[in-house]
Design a protein around this ligand. Structure first.
Ligand code: IPM
Ligand code: MG
Length: 368
């Protein structure tokens, strides 16, 4: 049997640096755990635009459809701010999500013990926090039609449309309930059923799927604004949160900040199973391309490394190896190893991106 295949799209800004550390870890798994992957690489975002005039070349799109998992770094940078909307770096990422039909975006927000002091919230509010936001990723206002900027009378009008079909809601709800069964068995669904018809339908369909297929899971509903407030007030009340594309974008950034550093948070974007049983999948850190620190060896590679851990768990059925990698990260943090973003007010000497990667590999070695 051939090795599982991975397409690496490191992208822009700090993407290539943090992905460099993931490549070392992929090599480690081949050498030390007999888990070899066929790795290929390509361009996405601004770097693809520079080379091809498009943020995602059709050939790259085709490769992404063909592999077992895509690992993405980050896209964007100030030099692309004035590009036409249709070729902005972000469009490359959105095309991948849409054409691979990656409807279920898993964004864990976990607070590492060693970093609990880092949160802007009190330590007892965040210590031990472990929640999972499941964000719908292929529909809603991000993709709904009509959209555009039109002339009406003597002024311009900007239009976007929030639109959800029943089946789109049902499938992301199922993925949230499935996950909940493997965790704390609780789902909180968030929408604005008090204001939006799409929110009314969302609540109905989530409830129907729950009652018919997952009555064992505890389900609650919250308006998304109240959900944002509750996330800041007492986040540990949540286990799995399921929500739409736009609310999920906002709520996951808020949840990320609870944990102290955006540099720590991974994500998985999953679609339907392929012929080999693996889900279509793309893994990426939640953080952006951080152009201000790009190329300086300052970036924290942990979010990207933990995204690979999610790939081990969700694409390659290697839960124990995913645990091993997550524990290696925890160990290194507990030892006080810090990239610049993780230095508190008391300061200290930060390690570089590649030193952080090396320390994690040393911890992996020690785990054997
Ligand atoms: C995210 C990002 C993207 C989004 C951008 C880069 C298009 O904010 O993944 O959360 O809005 O979905
Ligand atoms: Mg976002």
């Amino acid at each position: 049997m051939s090795n599982p295949s991975i397409l690496i799209l490191a992208g822009d800004g700090i993407g290539p640096e943090v992905m460099g550390e993931v490549k070392k870890i992929i090599t480690w798994y081949g050498d030390k755990r007999d888990l070899a992957f066929d790795v290929s690489e390509d361009l996405v975002g601004g770097c693809a635009y520079d080379k091809y005039g498009t943020p995602l070349h059709d050939d790259t799109m085709a490769k992404a459809q063909d592999v077992d998992a895509v690992l993405l770094g980050a896209v964007g940078g100030p030099q692309y701010d004035n590009l036409d909307f249709s070729v902005k770096p972000e469009r490359g990422l959105l095309r991948l999500r849409k054409e691979m039909d990656l409807f279920s975006n898993l964004r864990p927000a976990q607070c590492f013990d060693a970093l609990a002091d880092f949160s802007s919230l009190k330590k007892d509010v965040v210590a031990g926090l472990d929640i999972m936001i499941v964000r719908e990723l292929t529909s809603g206002i991000y993709f709904g039609e009509p959209r555009g900027i039109i002339e009406e009378g003597n002024e311009r009008v900007g239009i976007n449309t929030q639109r959800y079909t029943e089946s789109e809601i049902a499938r992301v709800a199922r993925s949230a309930f499935e996950l909940a069964r493997k965790r704390g068995n609780k789902v909180c669904s968030m929408e604005k059923a008090n204001v939006m018809e799409s929110g009314i339908l969302w609540r109905q369909v989530v409830t129907e799927v729950h009652d018919a297929e997952y009555p064992d899971v505890e389900l609650s509903h919250m308006y998304a604004d109240a959900g944002a407030m509750q996330l800041c007030r007492w986040p540990k009340q949540f286990d799995v949160i399921v929500t739409d594309n736009l609310f999920g974008d906002l709520l996951s950034d808020a949840a990320a900040m609870l944990t102290g550093s955006l540099g720590m948070l991974p994500s998985a974007s999953l679609g339907a199973p392929m012929a080999n049983g693996r889900p279509k999948a793309l893994y990426e850190p939640v953080h952006g391309s951080a152009p201000d620190i790009a190329g300086q060896g300052k970036a924290n590679p942990i979010a990207c490394i933990l995204s690979f851990a999610m790939a081990l768990r969700y694409s390659f059925d290697q839960g124990a190896e995913a645990d091993r990698l997550e524990q290696a990260v925890e160990k290194v943090l507990a030892d006080g190893v810090r990239t610049a973003d993780l230095l508190g007010p008391e300061g200290g000497v930060p390690v570089s991106t590649s030193e952080m990667g090396d320390k994690i590999i040393a911890a992996l070695d020690a785990s054997l």
